[in-house]
Design a binder for this molecule. Structure first.
Ligand code: ZN
Length: 344
């Protein structure tokens, strides 16, 4: 990676083209089949990359164009998970969703994302990040009729994710990120087995490893939940010290339009912090100056070498033009602060 400071990146996902999947919805169905779908996904990755490169994003992703959802898109490739007989469960104590059930030991027949990383690596000279669901969030997005233990199931998923991550690293992924939005809901479990499962997932990796924790996409259930959290969101206060002591290299979290007290970032000393400076729940495009202000606020607690301006969360539910404009604002805001630092 080049040594420049305030390198920009995104949480992971971008909207899909309307010819690939209906826009502005989670779990949107594919509009193509067979070889046309495979080719359509590759074209969508090319466009997602082009959008990031044109905006000037430094560490790019595939925009998660090849999966329908960040958790079930992985689960559907595993044995032991039954997608035919779904069960309605409450996700992160917040909203009901029809989810698959675990009916036997979980295992992976082959790498799920090797082809995706190989393709992404071949399409860009920039550092690439690849995102995977985290073990706790996987456990929280299905019904377990087999293990009858969230911890044992999480450890089984962690072993699968570790094998996957090692392959993706070998294929050229510079950063492997585990998405753990469940980390700010189940604090005791995060301590008891959430962070240990995350450590098992990253075991032995030499590339950078990241964890993304957040207050969710800009969907109604999340917005309603956030409205009830009070004036200050201190959930991260319980988690940051655990992550600071862990082997994870980077922590991605939301800071734009957030009620997370910014001084909590001090609890992450020593880690790279992916500072969310783009609100994914807002239809308004941030100005570069607004992005710069969020970065400056975070810089009181994070040195510029360890600060990576980022989006609050995935942008998959946004309109495509809006997401593209937000990418440009992110890069432009980071450039403002970079110039200020270099002039001093
Ligand atoms: Zn998120």
């Amino acid at each position: 990676m080049n040594p420049r400071i305030l390198q920009t990146t995104i949480a992971g996902s971008l909207p899909k083209p309307a010819w690939l999947a209906p826009p502005r919805q989670l779990w949107a169905p594919w509009l193509l089949q067979g070889e046309a779908l495979a080719e359509g996904k590759r074209d969508a990755v090319r466009l997602a990359l082009r959008e990031q490169e044109r905006a000037g994003i430094d560490i790019v992703t595939d925009g998660e164009q090849t999966r329908r959802h960040f958790v079930t898109g992985y689960l559907e490739h595993l044995d032991g998970v039954d997608f035919e007989r779904t069960v309605t469960v409450r996700i992160r104590n917040r909203y009901d969703a029809k989810v698959p059930q675990v009916v036997g030991p979980v295992s992976r027949r082959q790498s799920v994302h090797a082809d995706d990383v190989r393709f992404l690596r071949a399409q860009t000279g920039k550092p690439i990040k690849f995102t995977l669901p985290g073990p706790m969030t996987m456990v929280d997005t299905l019904y377990d009729a087999h293990y009858r233990s969230r911890e044992r199931l999480a450890m089984a998923f962690a072993a699968i994710l570790n094998a996957e991550a090692r392959e993706l690293e070998a294929l050229g992924a510079d950063v492997v990120q585990f998405d753990e939005p469940a980390f700010n809901v189940y604090f005791d479990e995060v301590r008891d087995w959430g962070v240990p499962a995350l450590m098992k997932a990253r075991e032995g990796l030499k590339c950078r490893t990241a964890v993304h924790i957040c207050y969710g996409y800009g969907i109604k259930a999340n917005i309603d939940w956030k409205a009830g959290l009070g004036a200050e969101w201190r959930q991260y206060e319980a988690i940051f010290p655990l992550l600071a002591q862990s082997g994870i290299d980077q922590v991605s979290l939301e800071c734009a339009n957030s009620k997370v007290p910014i001084e909590l970032l001090a609890l992450l000393r020593g880690k790279d912090v992916l500072v969310g400076a783009i609100d994914v729940a807002s239809e308004t495009v941030e100005t570069p100056e607004q992005v710069a202000a969020t970065i400056r606020a975070a810089m009181k607690y994070v040195v510029p070498e360890k600060l990576f301006p980022c989006t609050n969360c995935g942008m998959v539910p946004l309109a495509r033009e809006l997401a593209a404009a937000k990418l440009h604002a992110l890069a432009a805001g980071a450039a403002i602060v970079r110039r200020e630092i270099e002039q001093n």
